[in-house]
Design a protein around this ligand. Structure first.
Ligand code: CTP
Length: 398
């Protein structure tokens, strides 16, 4: 897929730079032509002889020096893609503010090609509001941020901030050039929106789900070529993507029926709906009149659709669920993975500002059956959907 592609590999000063050697090796092995540009700080972390030998090109570091003037504009125009891995906090801040005090930054500012970055830093730096703001800023420039992972850090602590593994960075780069949709021929099923459990002809028990996350997921699956069925609860006025088969339902029981019917043929199933856990034991035929000061509603459990599908899931089917938690999200997400036999649980925490119900943005962490924990930044629901589907593709279809 990368045969003949021209890649600029930017390396900055971070202990994770040792992994760039493997990334360079993988890129060259995949048939790419790679030029390496390093920041002055990166010289301390990675031997230039290794980089020049593997890339079969001189390593570029200075705007001018013994080898003359490096034409950063031509380098920026030469590349089909620039990937900066690792991206240090310092270079990130400079990119966000348009600073240009070394060759790597000059090439970045001149690049007309897509730019991907793989940040690497300690957890406290990663979580600092200035880092978050800088990442958001470079995303508005169109740069793609490859999520960091959770694990051992250079400080000896364990947490978020590890650079993505070279194999994963390679698959992000390959995705850029893949014109064939990766889910062509696959069937997908998505549940979205709330359910309404009727009490009488005019009242129901419902929730605030807008259906936006599930609809964005259906669109992301369709973009990758999947044949998508969307089972959608009662949402307000909403524009549905064309070409997606949509089954409108109201109650949890109707949603269960529709999902169970489509599931056997589905390769990828994403249960994003906020299904009511309880429904009234009886629905009154006529409007309930007010009477006593205290009213007790008798409710009964609905079927857990995700768990039911998990029970009949075949080996080649991928099942994704959501967990919306207000406390101890990680433990609950891991528990749901097991209990519902899901392959992936996407955790969104209502503790995060601008995440969850009704908003246009979301902040999620993906937990996989394989034991991965992949945190993402606060993003638009479209971008979050893209991240979730990219993760499904990377784990099951790459
Ligand atoms: N879900 C479902 N059917 C239900 C309830 C939930 O398919 N009757 C799915 C949701 O679509 C979501 C996942 O299960 O993908 C998690 O929902 P959540 O309400 O967080 O899970 P519960 O198991 O209901 O959580 P809790 O035990 O915390 O009530």
């Amino acid at each position: 897929m990368l045969k003949g592609k021209k890649i600029l590999l930017g390396i900055t000063g971070s202990i994770a730079a040792y992994k760039s050697i493997l990334l360079l090796r993988l890129l060259v092995k995949a048939g790419a032509e790679v030029k390496v540009v390093i920041s002055p700080a990166a010289r301390e972390f990675v031997p230039q002889l290794t980089l020049s030998t593997l890339s079969n090109q001189p390593v570029l570091c200075e705007i001018s020096g013994d080898q003359g003037w490096s034409n950063h504009v031509m380098l920026g125009r030469w590349a089909d893609c620039m990937v900066i891995a690792p991206l240090s906090c310092n270079t990130l801040a400079k990119m966000a503010s348009g600073q240009c005090d070394n060759l790597l930054l000059a090439v970045y500012l001149s690049a007309t090609c897509p730019v991907l970055v793989a940040p690497a830093m300690d957890e406290d730096m990663w979580k600092h509001p200035s880092t978050k703001a800088n990442l958001q800023k470079i995303q508005t420039f169109g740069n793609q941020v490859i999520p960091v992972t959770h694990g051992d850090l250079a400080s000896g602590l364990v947490g978020e901030g590890r650079m993505a593994e070279p194999e994963d960075i390679l698959s992000y780069i390959s995705n850029l050039f893949s014109h064939t949709p990766l889910l062509k021929g696959k069937k997908a099923l998505v549940s979205a929106g709330p359910t309404h459990e009727p009490l009488d002809p005019v009242r129901f028990i419902g929730n605030h789900s807008s259906g936006k996350m599930g609809i964005a997921l259906a669109a992301a699956l369709q973009k990758q070529g999947a044949d998508v069925t969307l089972v959608l609860g009662p949402v307000g006025e909403i524009v549905l993507p064309e070409g997606i088969k949509t089954i409108r339902v109201k109650t949890a029981a109707e949603m269960f029926k529709a999902c169970s019917r489509s599931f056997p043929k589905s390769d990828i199933t994403v249960m994003a709906a906020a299904v009511a856990d309880y429904t009234p034991v009886k629905t009154a035929k006529d409007k309930i009149k007010k009477s006593d000061p205290l009213m007790v509603l008798e409710l009964t459990r609905t079927t857990d659709i995700l768990a039911s599908l998990g029970k009949v899931k075949r080996k080649n089917q991928v099942l994704v669920g959501f967990a919306l938690e207000t406390t101890d999200g990680e433990a609950a997400a891991k528990e749901k993975l097991k209990k519902k036999n899901a392959d992936i649980i996407v955790l969104n925490s209502l503790q995060d500002k601008d995440a969850g119900f009704g908003t246009d943005t979301n902040k999620v962490t993906i937990f996989t059956k394989q034991g991965d924990k992949i945190p993402f930044d606060n993003k638009s629901k479209t971008a979050v959907a893209q991240d979730i589907i990219d993760t499904v593709i990377r784990l099951y279809y790459a």
